[in-house]
Ligand binder design. Structure first.
Ligand code: ADP
Ligand code: ZN
Length: 511
């Protein structure tokens, strides 16, 4: 048995362990079950590769995607490890089984569907096993953002070899998900090891979207170096490419609708480039290793804080300053909340909590980094000095009264109109439709003065983000969440003050 440090030097050619790697490896070497939560790029693979070599037997690695397994095998073989996978895509099944039985494999990869089957358990019966590594372990939890029921079925396999240490690994797990992973995989609470999540060189900024393409073009103009712009749909990607392409920087698209060849070419060109902007759906970025990405922009909200952290984390891997700028609209939240209604009941609470956390991040007048790091269980300072709100503290307005007026107007007009109509009613504008509907005779008609009128849309946006207003099927708004508590004066609403009127060239749209 060779010591971990000797393996790190001799096999991998690295000088020292990074961050929590040593702590994780020591624990696995001692034969104890462990959950390692480490951000992308922190070096999770090494945490099971080193014990795989240092301990007797083969390491069984559970991984959710065949493409991911093949990447890992290629990387491991690059270091001289003996690795193979048992999947439907691997034709050398007999050979792999023979190598496993002969003790000639350091790593054997399998998907949870296969690993949880009886056949797999009996295949391993007389084979020495160094450890079980469960990669992307958040898939075991319904709270996680990527639940895979087959992960739940791994327990009998793990329990059939109680002395073999289990190492669960994930980059993205909030409190709930972590607790769930520990329970589901039978790892004791003291087996949780969490790496530092801070990326101090990334400057976080988050703004309401007033004119998305223009805001992103301005960001790009101010930001030399390669960058990624995430857009929510293929269509949005294509439109942005068109608008941004006219401005001098090389711009390319990346989404699942492009043929594989074009996708590969665009990705390769981006990896090579020193000034390219790639506009992409979230399909882009997994497994790309480009250390000098100088900015990541989001043209709409990501799926969760975890996704935001992961996507923005592709900026500034080289440690030099980088920028992450998210542009959000009320419609993003409205759509996301609508979609929650369509998922299985058992998952709705988790999805809703994830969206609420994201809403708090975009709406906070406080430090963005503090919210992110607290989300990952850390105890950061109140202010980081390197996010939009720390660099220039926004004014906060108590908008409770206006929120009540707006919610009341939503209610009295029958919970089916959009913000444009409500704005006309509240400000008492003469309008044919308002009169035809008799909305000029409502008690809420004209109750908002000219000075407050410009806050109606920011308030509507804040209420939509936090779920107090929900979208109707026809693009209107209805009361939801804690709207009644706000109406009754039991809850207040503070919003970040919008920039003064003079600085805005066109009327703000919700979108
Ligand atoms: P993760 O799976 O956590 O995203 P990887 O395991 O892919 O990260 O590792 C990221 C990169 O860091 C890889 O290129 C890996 O070889 C490298 N790496 C990991 N540990 C070390 C270390 N101790 N010293 C130097 N490089 C390391
Ligand atoms: Zn900050």
């Amino acid at each position: 048995m060779t010591a971990p440090l000797a393996i790190l030097h001799d096999t991998f050619g690295f000088a020292a362990f990074r961050g929590v790697q040593e702590k994780v490896i020591d624990r696995v070497m001692a034969g104890r079950h462990t959950l390692a939560v480490m951000p992308t790029g922190a070096g999770k693979s090494l945490c099971y590769q080193v014990p795989a070599l240092a301990r007797t037997g083969t390491a069984i690695v559970i991984s959710p995607l065949i493409a991911l397994m093949h990447d890992q095998i290629r990387a491991a073989e690059g270091f001289g490890l003996r690795a193979a996978a048992l999947t439907s895509a691997d034709a050398n099944r007999e050979e792999t089984i023979a190598r496993l039985r002969a003790g000639e494999l350091d790593l054997l990869y399998a998907a949870p569907e296969r690993a949880s089957g009886d056949g797999f358990q009996s295949l391993l019966a007389r084979v020495p096993i160094a450890l079980f590594a469960i990669d992307e372990a958040h898939c075991v939890s319904e709270w996680g953002h990527d639940f895979r029921p087959d992960y739940r079925l791994l327990r009998p396999l793990l329990d059939s070899r109680p002395k073999v240490p289990r190492l669960a690994l994930t980059a993205t797990a909030d409190h709930h998900t972590r607790a769930d992973i520990l329970k589901q995989l039978g790892i004791p609470d003291d087996g949780l090891i969490v790496a530092g999540f801070d990326r101090p060189n990334i400057r976080y900024a988050i703004s309401p979207r007033t004119n998305g393409p223009k805001q992103i073009a301005e960001l790009i103009a101010a930001q030399p170096g390669p960058g990624i712009v995430y857009a929510p749909t293929r269509n949005a990607v294509e439109k942005l490419v068109e608008k941004l392409g006219a401005r001098g920087r090389p711009v390319r698209a990346y989404h699942a609708g492009l043929d594989p060849d074009t996708r590969r070419r665009n990705q390769a060109a981006f990896v090579e480039s020193e000034d390219m902007v790639i506009v992409a759906t979230v399909a882009f970025g997994m497994g790309i290793d480009k250390p000098d990405v100088r900015f990541v922009a989001h043209a709409g909200i990501p799926k969760s804080i975890e996704a935001y952290y992961q996507e923005t984390g592709r900026a500034g891997r080289d440690g030099d300053p980088a920028v992450a700028h998210l542009f959000w609209g009320a419609s993003d939240f409205a759509l996301a909340r609508q979609r929650i209604g369509e998922v299985e009941d058992s998952r709705q609470a988790g999805e809703r909590a994830r969206l609420d956390a994201l809403a708090r991040l975009v709406e906070t007048p406080g430090c963005r980094r503090a919210i992110l790091l607290r989300h990952f269980g850390e105890d950061p300072p109140e202010r980081c000095g390197n996010c939009d709100n720390c660099l220039s503290a926004p004014d906060v307005i108590d908008a409770t009264e206006l929120a009540r007026k707006l919610l009341s107007a939503v209610y009295r007009t029958g919970q089916s109109f959009g913000v444009g109509h409500l704005e006309k009613v509240l400000t008492g504008g003469s309008d044919e439709r308002v009169e035809k509907l008799g909305h000029d005779r409502l008690s809420v008609f004209g109750i908002v003065g000219a000075d407050e009128a410009r806050l109606i849309r920011p308030v509507a946006r804040a209420l939509q983000a936090r779920g107090s207003l929900a979208a109707t099927e026809h693009g209107g708004m209805k009361l939801a969440g804690d709207a009644r508590e706000i109406l009754k004066g039991e809850k207040g609403l503070e919003i970040v003050a919008p920039p003064p009127r003079g600085r805005r060239r066109r009327a703000e749209r919700t979108d």
